[in-house]
Write a protein that binds this ligand. Structure first.
Ligand SMILES: Nc1nc2c(c(=O)[nH]1)N[C@H]1C(S)=C(S)[C@@H](COP(=O)(O)O)O[C@H]1N2
Ligand SMILES: [Mo]
Length: 569
């Protein structure tokens, strides 16, 4: 497509505007009847100009962000800032209401708010041209402030996308509403360029330069779309080095392989969670609106802090060359409601964290170590605190490089993340990790703790009915009730099902893979017609029965029994 006429018009619109447009020009007597106060059609067109200016701002910002970094784009920066500022309860609600779509919903929400503000500013600009433009600049300032105050922002250049975008949008709005305000003069006053543009035989319109407005609007819309599209594709290609580095990774066979998953650990019941969770079904919970794309070749991990006798810096290849362990570990999120979906089981391959720490001279508190908290930091500024005692107590805490036989997917932390059996993800599973600092619980609160979550968060024993689904209508007869239960690092020893207020029936437990993985279970239920409530509870290897006491997810994980109501036909 040939863009030159559009750009020509855009440039013309910008450089050759009708004069006197920021004020309603003085009107001669014979024009008075043509002079209309902005009625709703012009206000509507002003509002349209506002939306267009907003669109142009975001398009330009997208292009500039491609040059700076994708996370500096105003919608991303404001979105991530609002994620950080959202009270824990609201965030929890959003996660449970929208699930993994919460980010999409958030960004759409920001766009809707922006669109409304743009409509208002545009309509306002019809009467108060400068106020409208100033409003756009102000919105840009908000974006800029959000961008430079992100924890992963290291430079004021992060303000550029918002600033440049806002200036472009403000100019455009100013020009567009100028077209609306320009009063059609008598054909004698040829000095007015608006008149020139309209003076080609088109009928004079209701007191403003209709043709000039339509042309300017159309060209600005087309130019913005083009600029935005270029920005988007540049942004998308920015991760190319990272993607190439991921493709080059060859995971060595582990020195300490996982035992094969026992055949009897996997049940063949339709509707049950698969024992190993494929990537496509593995939950994702993080605060990143733009998934960090880290180039493994340039990646480094620093280990330092209290009681670290020999601080270390490791490259990805340094880690690959070490002896690797391979382990099946079930990861769960503290935001998971009773019966919720935020749990997944994968085969991880990585470096034993305790060995690395020991090499750096770190001792656990029980052996006189000075630090009791290990704070992991990610490239996107996340901070996660784990007890040093836990990661060094012999469990398979690791810096994972691979998941289910592949390098980590970007969504799940490429190139390296932490995985610690028995701790919730927010207290252990730092993705895109780049720094480990040894410190104390007393002296530092990481990200989630600052927001009301617990400092220490071992996984609570949980069990879930996967099938039948809530409100299912199975036929009377034998109905397979099945699901999973987890109590990582303690192990699950028993799962029981209760039908209505009947006795607890012991379910058939699939064989255990390891005590760090969940266990599938099933029960052949002789279902009788009518409505029934199925309830599940698990018992862990310490003998503790899963509590029926319902708690919220905040601060340290939901508890209570999962129930499913069905109607048997
Ligand atoms: N960098 C970073 N790491 C993070 C998070 C995050 O927001 N940012 N969220 C944590 C939480 S709350 C959980 S439950 C796990 C989820 O890991 P997954 O997305 O691979 O399932 O990642 C953890 N690691
Ligand atoms: Mo989580």
């Amino acid at each position: 497509m040939d863009w030159s006429p559009i750009f020509f018009h855009l440039i013309r619109a910008a450089t050759n505007p009708p004069r006197g447009q920021n004020r309603i020009p003085p009107v001669r007597d014979e024009e008075k009847d043509q002079r209309v106060r902005p009625g709703w059609p012009r206000l509507a067109l002003g509002a349209l100009s506002g939306v267009l200016a907003g669109f142009a701002s975001l398009a330009v910002a997208e292009l500039v962000a491609a040059a700076v970094r994708p996370q500096s784009s105003p919608v991303v920066a404001v979105g991530e800032a609002s994620i950080d500022a959202t009270p824990a309860a609201v965030k929890d609600w959003a996660i449970s209401r929208f699930g993994t779509d919460d980010k999409l919903v958030l960004q759409l929400g920001i766009l809707v708010v922006l669109a409304v503000l743009a409509l208002v500013l545009g309509a306002l600009a019809v009467r108060f041209q400068r106020v409208g433009a100033a409003g756009v600049v102000l919105l840009g300032a908000v974006g800029a402030a959000a961008a430079v105050s992100r924890p992963d922002s290291s430079s004021l250049t992060d303000a550029l996308p918002s600033v440049v975008g806002a200036v472009a949008g403000a100019l455009l709005l100013y020009k567009l509403v100028g077209r609306l305000a320009a009063v059609r003069r008598s054909s004698a006053s040829t000095s007015d360029s608006a008149t020139e543009e309209a003076g080609d035989g088109l009928p004079a319109s209701e007191g403003w330069d209709r043709r000039g407005f339509v042309l300017a609007t159309a060209s600005a819309a087309a130019a913005s779309a083009a600029v935005g599209a270029v920005g988007r594709s540049l942004n998308a290609s920015r991760g190319r080095d990272a993607m190439a580095s991921r493709q080059r990774v060859v995971l060595p066979s582990p020195g300490s392989p996982a035992q094969p998953v026992p055949k009897r650990a996997v049940l063949r019941v339709p509707g049950i969670s698969s024992f190993v969770t494929p990537h496509s079904h593995f939950y994702r919970v993080d605060t990143a609106l733009v998934v960090p794309k880290v180039d493994a070749t340039a990646w480094r991990l620093r280990i330092h802090g209290k009681g670290v006798l020999r601080p270390g810096v490791y490259s990805f290849d340094d880690l690959l060359r070490r002896e690797l362990i391979e382990r099946d570990i079930t990861l769960t999120c503290v935001s998971n409601e009773v019966g919720g979906p935020y749990a997944g089981n994968a085969r991880w391959i990585g470096v034993r964290l305790a060995d690395l720490l020991a090499e750096c001279g770190v001792k656990p508190p029980s052996q006189g170590g000075a630090a009791d908290q290990l704070v992991s930091r990610s490239v996107d500024g996340m901070t996660i605190g784990s007890p040093v005692e836990d990661v060094m107590d012999g469990r398979d805490a690791m810096l994972a490089l691979g998941m289910n036989g592949e390098p980590l997917p970007f969504d799940h932390g490429f190139p390296v993340r932490m995985v610690v059996p028995g701790l919730y993800g927010f207290a252990s599973a730092c993705k895109w990790i780049e720094d480990i600092e040894l410190t104390t619980f007393d002296s530092y609160d990481p990200y989630w703790v600052k927001r009301g979550w617990a400092r220490r968060a071992p996984v609570k024993t949980a069990s879930r009915i996967d099938t039948p689904k809530p409100f299912a209508r199975p036929k009377a007869g034998t109905v397979m009730v099945a699901g999973v239960a987890w109590a990582q690092h303690r192990g699950v020893d028993k799962v029981e099902i209760r039908v209505d207020d009947g006795p607890w029936l012991e379910a058939d437990l699939a064989a255990e893979d390891t005590r760090d993985t969940w266990r599938q279970w099933s029960l052949a239920w002789p279902a009788t017609k009518g409505g029934h409530t199925l309830t599940v509870r698990a018992t862990d290897r310490t003998g503790a029965v899963q509590t029926d006491k319902r708690t919220r997810t905040i601060p340290d994980g939901a508890s209570g029994w999962h129930s499913v109501v069905v109607t048997v036909d």
